[in-house]
Design a protein around this ligand. Structure first.
Ligand code: GCU
Length: 446
């Protein structure tokens, strides 16, 4: 598909050049995604003894070769260099947010969840067109809060109604992957989907500990399948005639992360929420998203990656679990087109994922793994957290306090947090307990 597009674009641009028909069109065609040969990746390695040694790029060396030895030089120079590399080579550049935020609060119910919460539902519009892409936010705020509360913000996989059986939650009207056993049919959510993911959203505990929970369906921002970027928010920002993002422009993960920033724009206007204390979190592909959201938007006070794996916290150079090649092959829409250039030369990446973690510095960041989640490479996730430490040290911030992976279910919490728990790829009450403890620690709540 991309191949054909590319050759057509080339032929057309040559023709236009010859007849002198307009530079704007030429620019537009040059921005088409280049062809990346789609070649099946080798099977993934899950044998630690077969992992070759790796050399990680040094976060503390400027492109000029000069060493970064102080926090100021990091913040003024090096952080921007790294962010720019991640933008152009991996996630893609995103547009700015809309100049004016338009939203409608369509539900505000006191005494929700048996009296424990105030439930709010808000539609955030991504453009002036109310029929265009928009996202429904669901907020639960502790009922007894006497002042603005800190919040956890994370996207969900199945629509807001899936996170709790609360009959007051609006059922998502957006595209869904069919999973009839869970109540998703004809690409829509039905009543049967209420609460199907409540196991992953420990709402009662979050509220009891004094935090609000804010969530939105990730598919409101961009449906999670490769349609050549015709649906979702991408087309809102195309230049005249543009039909897909340029090779260095945002893929779907960057779009989801951008949506999280728009959610934060709304939270800044909601007096119930302390928007300076919002922890952004996500699981798996949404864990990759939370990390990128925290890198792009420094308003997020804490960033939490749950089992984010390849493209998230996992070191890309480590030949274990999912590879860059495999992720680009299986999910061609997640990253920008440039990222596929590294499929078979991952050691040429100008960064590795420890540098993504370091982009959060000096803010608290938490990386969590699960013992049986080998596809996500728990050790690779730990190493990224560990090797972000030199940047935190510039700020005098404590790192993990360990050099080796901690034992199962023994969280380590400095300004960087990490745990590996027993069990599989999932979000569990144990994970939530650690995140709440971490937030309490850094928000001075204990
Ligand atoms: C796949 C993918 C992972 C991703 C996961 C998820 O397993 O390979 O990279 O994290 O889906 O989002 O659940």
């Amino acid at each position: 598909m991309r191949n054909t597009l590319k050759s057509r674009a080339l032929a057309l641009s040559v023709a236009l050049f010859v007849i002198g028909a307009g530079a704007p069109l030429m620019r537009m065609l040059a921005a088409e995604t280049p062809a990346v040969p789609r070649k099946k990746p080798p099977p993934e390695n899950r044998d630690e003894s077969k992992v070759p040694p790796i050399v990680l790029p040094d976060p503390l060396v400027l492109k000029s070769g000069q060493r970064v030895t102080d926090a100021d030089t990091w913040s003024r120079k090096r952080r921007g260099e790294i962010l720019e590399s991640f933008r152009t080579q991996m996630f893609g550049r995103r547009p700015p947010g809309p100049a004016k935020l338009t939203y409608k609060v369509f539900d505000e119910t006191r005494g929700a969840l048996g009296g424990k919460a105030t439930r709010k539902q808000v539609t955030v519009y991504f453009s002036a067109d109310e029929q265009g892409p928009r996202m429904d936010l669901l907020l639960y705020v502790p009922a007894n809060a006497s002042q603005a509360v800190p919040a956890f913000l994370g996207l969900n996989f199945g629509g807001n109604q899936a996170i709790n059986a609360d009959p007051g939650i609006k059922i998502s009207e957006s595209w869904q992957r069919n999973r009839p056993e869970l109540g998703y049919v004809r690409n829509r959510a039905t009543e049967a989907t209420r609460g199907n993911a409540s196991r992953r959203w420990d709402v009662d505990t979050i509220l009891a500990r004094g935090y609000a929970l804010v969530t939105a369906y990730y598919g409101d921002i961009d449906p999670d399948y490769h349609d050549g970027f015709r649906n979702g928010v991408h087309p809102l920002f195309y230049r005249a005639g543009q039909t897909q993002p340029a090779p260095d422009e945002w893929g779907t993960i960057a779009a989801w992360a951008w949506g999280l920033s728009r959610a934060l724009d709304y939270l800044e206007r909601d007096p119930a929420i302390d928007a300076k204390r919002v922890a952004v979190l996500g699981h798996s592909r949404l864990g990759k998203t939370a990390l990128w959201a925290g890198a792009e938007d420094e308003r997020f006070a804490i960033v939490i990656s749950n089992n984010s794996g390849c493209g998230g916290a996992k070191i890309s150079r480590r030949v274990f679990g999912e590879s860059v090649h495999a992720i680009n092959y299986d999910f061609p829409h997640w990253f920008c087109a440039n990222f596929a250039q590294y499929n078979e030369r991952v050691n040429d990446l100008p960064f590795d994922q420890h540098m993504l973690i370091a982009l959060m510095a000096p803010r608290p960041v938490y990386v969590a793994s699960a013992e049986k989640d080998l596809h996500a490479d728990p050790r690779g996730e730990f190493l990224a957290a560990l090797h972000a430490e030199p940047v935190y040290r510039l700020f005098g911030a404590p790192g993990l306090g360990v050099q080796e992976m901690p034992p199962l279910n023994e969280p380590k919490m400095g300004r960087i947090g990490y745990h590996i728990r027993t069990g599989v790829h999932d979000v569990t009450p144990y994970d939530w307990k650690c995140y709440l403890d971490f937030a309490d620690l850094h928000f001075g709540r204990r």
